[in-house]
Design a protein around this ligand. Structure first.
Ligand SMILES: *Cc1c(COP(=O)(O)O)cnc(C)c1O
Length: 483
């Protein structure tokens, strides 16, 4: 290998062999770490001493890579949030894969910036867009791009819908005298609420509609709210459907919402962060009927897709409308050229808020090609089957109660008469299984979101056993206190 102009200022090594050897060690360490996940606690709090080590002075001089790596292995790696562990059921988080990790390394090696210009990494991202358009029944010329997560993808979707309703001129004038209203169910993710203020529309312009017994948006209540707003001189501009609500995994009636949005001339957006990828499973796909009618769809590859963080995604039916919301052609330094490196027909920076963007598409491309759509679909199906297994165990136990119907992969339940939040905290500290809590119909629920591809029947049993043992211990302690 030739080294041009080596004057010692470059950060590259004089000799790559040492870096190569250390790199192989680091790779091996991480494979070992992944292969032995269950031999360590799912979660443990870092000690005060360890935390204190991370308030060190900024290093002015160099350190040995091997030492830095050792510090990572002792202080950081064992103290993660545990989402890779099969007992992790706390929040809706994927478990990652070795393939995703390797692809992420390659992406960093290439150091690609996918803001725009004419290079092959952008074609990889466009490949994912095309696959997603096909999977979700969107037109072949739909646009899309990677974002950090669905929070960002939802924000972009609300902006696109805003501009569709108010006209692109709103980008010049800013939002004033808002007469447009959005609708979503009470179970909608908080990021939709936050998107309303970040787009300048305001929370007052979002109607949170009642849900039915299955936690799906009530269509009659939605129609009544729209009628009331129309009577008050307001115009519906956006209907948000949720495909997999974060609390209980409910899927709204997407066809019903598409009908209403169409009739009202409003945009129809689907938050599919949690559930959209269930489309990969032929068994589950019918539950998402109507998703193909959305104007835009947000989803997370880092949840059921098992892609390492982060990999949010937005798909938009009308590419021209998508571009109108984000493009800005006045900056000379971002001029698109006819040819050369500054050419290229699709610049992602014209379709989202980011200019510099990493190569998230690569880990998704590697994973989809390595595992195949069908195997990922089977993983998703299994998470839903495990959720049904858990629900059946809860219903079979006189001490436990199911607090919400299980529509997808989330089970909300409780130990009757216990402090369920304390049970959950005790489970976290024990480090075998980690559910989370939520509130369902005014009650504190233990929420098990089965998302991780590593979770199996033993983990479900460990959760049930753990909850029952802690619930009984609480009851015994109350008894001993004479309560
Ligand atoms: C996780 C989630 C979000 C937020 O997605 P991020 O990737 O965490 O930004 C939004 N909506 C639903 C339904 C979710 O489950």
């Amino acid at each position: 290998m030739t080294q041009a102009d080596r004057d010692g200022a470059s950060l590259d090594p004089e000799n790559w062999d040492d870096l190569r050897a250390q790199g192989h060690r680091m790779l091996d360490d991480m494979f070992d770490n992944l292969a032995t996940l269950t031999e360590r606690p799912l979660w443990q709090a870092p000690t005060a001493e360890q935390r204190a080590r991370y308030r060190a002075e900024a290093p002015r001089g160099p350190g040995a890579l091997a030492d830095v790596h050792n510090q990572f292995m002792t202080d950081v790696a064992p103290y993660g949030s545990g989402n890779r562990h099969p007992g992790f059921m706390g929040w809706v988080q994927g478990g990652g894969t070795g393939v995703g990790m390797l692809a992420e390394m390659l992406a960093a090696g290439l150091d690609a910036n996918l803001g725009g210009r004419d290079h092959m990494p952008i074609e990889v991202e466009r490949q994912i867009v095309a696959w997603m358009a096909e999977l979700f029944g969107f037109p072949a010329d739909a646009s899309g791009l990677f974002l950090t997560g669905t929070s960002m993808a939802n924000l972009c979707a609300v902006l696109i819908a805003r501009d569709r309703a108010l006209g692109a001129d709103v980008r010049h004038t800013g939002v004033r005298d808002v007469r447009v209203v959005a609708y979503a169910s009470k179970g909608v993710h908080s990021c939709i609420v936050r998107a309303m203020d970040m787009t300048g529309l305001g929370w007052d312009r979002l109607r949170l509609i009642e849900t039915d017994a299955d936690h799906r948006i009530s269509l009659p209540a939605l129609e009544a709210a729209i009628a009331a707003d129309r009577a008050a001189g307001l115009t519906p501009f956006l209907v948000v459907g949720t495909a997999g609500s974060v609390d209980v995994g409910a899927i709204d009636d997407l066809n019903g919402l598409a009908d209403i949005a169409g009739r009202e001339g409003a945009a129809f957006h689907v938050d599919g962060a949690l559930g959209a990828l269930a489309m990969l499973s032929p068994t589950l796909a019918p539950r998402l009927a109507g998703i193909e009618r959305a104007d835009s769809l947000a989803l997370d590859f880092h949840k059921l897709g098992q892609i390492p963080y982060d990999a949010g995604f937005l798909l938009v039916r009308d590419a021209a409308a998508h571009k109108r919301t984000f493009t800005y052609s006045e900056a000379a330094y971002l001029r698109h050229a006819e040819r050369g490196l500054a050419g290229g027909e699709f610049w992602p920076c014209d379709y989202g808020p980011d200019l510099s963007r990493g190569f998230r598409a690569l880990k998704v491309w590697f994973s989809l090609k390595t595992y195949g759509f069908d195997a990922l679909g089977a993983v998703i199906r299994r998470t839903c089957d495990l959720a049904q297994t858990l629900a059946a165990k809860v219903e079979a136990s006189p001490e436990l109660e199911l607090l919400a119907p299980v529509g997808l992969n989330i089970v909300c339940f409780a130990y009757k008469g216990a402090d369920n939040a304390a049970i959950v905290a005790d489970l976290h500290e024990a480090g075998r299984v980690a559910p989370s809590t939520t509130t369902v119909a005014g009650k504190t629920a233990i929420r098990a979101a089965i998302v991780n591809h590593r979770t199996g029947p033993n983990d479900i049993q460990a959760l049930v056993d753990g909850v029952v043992a802690l619930g009984r211990a609480q009851a015994a302690a109350r008894e001993a206190r004479g309560g």
